[in-house]
Design a protein around this ligand. Structure first.
Ligand SMILES: [Mg+2]
Length: 326
């Protein structure tokens, strides 16, 4: 049983067309199409601006009323979707020069018009096998590309909270920093930390601690993503989160304050916190204008410093870094 394969014969002699079609048909290749001129052939292949059909094999005559078959092969090969399609040149001419030219132009195989049925079918079979192998390899490549994309996405996602992880954060910060450098725009970084999280874990257990981190992550994502100035949020590590903004420190502060309040309003009980009865967060913000003299490491360090100040001045607050390296 032959798998349905579509074959296109470009041949001006009706006798030859009928002979080829008849032989292929009786061998089980039912999906055979013919073109009597190059123009018809190119139209069938979709090279004339309209959508063409997909063929698995082309049989190409050398001498056609509107052009030369070898030149036609060269033109077909210029189209990406046909660059590897098997083309068998069928001709009465059999001199070495014609052969060389046909293969140079990209013909896959060559058959003389005085072929035997056995020879024709053997060559067609092997050309179709080649096409199937090429298609299978392309499908495998596409699968691999998809898999690579999925893996990449997975490697940038935090397993617990499902937001971007530290690795994704590092890559995004570099990218956004450079975009802001080019656009001469300020970049702000918000670092936040759950207050007394170790005590929370110690008193309520790690499972509850994980649940708390998930809630913080989704609240962070909601309040930050509702603002279109925002670029991304991430779990920086442990109970620490980060958000990058293409905005100045006033806007970043506004969003941070809103976020701090949303966490407060959740009223998640924290039995052992020394700064309140509920789970709260401390936030540090730093803003920089990227230029050729500074870098994103300074931005992280400034935001970290502001976060440290928020912790040291009572927690559950937002501190904006006064350090600004311009
Ligand atoms: Mg001809």
């Amino acid at each position: 049983m032959i798998e349905p394969r579509r074959i296109l014969i470009i041949e001006d002699s009706m006798l030859m067309r009928n002979l080829l079609t008849g032989l292929l048909d009786s061998a089980g290749y039912g999906d055979v199409h013919t073109a009597a001129t190059l123009e018809q052939g190119f139209t069938a292949l979709g090279l004339r601006g309209q959508t063409g059909e997909q063929y698995n094999l082309i049989l190409m005559d050398k001498l056609l009323p509107d052009g030369d078959g070898i030149e036609a092969i060269r033109q077909i090969r210029e189209h990406a979707h046909l660059s590897e399609k098997p083309i068998i040149m069928v001709t009465g001419l059999e001199d070495r020069e014609t052969l060389r030219q046909a293969f140079d132009a990209g013909a896959t195989d060559f058959i003389n018009k005085s072929f035997s049925e056995t020879e024709l079918l053997a060559r067609v079979r092997s050309a179709l096998r080649l096409d199937a192998a090429i298609e299978a390899s392309k499908a495998r490549e596409a699968d691999l590309r998809r898999l690579t994309r999925e893996l990449e996405k997975l490697s940038y996602t935090d397993g617990l909270t499902k937001i971007t992880n530290r690795r994704g954060f590092d890559a995004a910060l570099e990218r956004i920093w450079n975009e802001c450098l080019d656009a001469k725009m300020p970049i702000s970084l918000m670092m936040l930390d759950v207050d007394h999280f170790k005590k929370y874990n110690d008193s309520l257990g790690h499972q509850q601690g994980d649940e708390c981190l998930k809630i913080i992550a989704s609240t962070l994502e909601q309040s930050v993503n509702s603002n279109n100035e925002t670029h991304m949020v991430a779990r920086y590590g442990g109970e620490e989160f980060a958000a990058i903004f293409r905005a100045d420190n006033h806007k970043a502060q506004y969003i941070a304050e809103k976020l701090r309040l949303s966490i407060e309003k959740l009223e998640l009980p924290h039995p052992t916190s020394s700064s309140g009865q509920h789970v709260s967060i401390s936030v540090g913000i730093a803003t920089m204008q990227p230029n050729t003299q500074n870098n994103s490491t300074q931005l992280i360090s400034n935001a970290d410093h502001a976060l440290y100040q928020a912790k040291n001045t009572g927690r559950n607050r937002v501190v904006v870094s006064v350090l600004e390296i311009v």
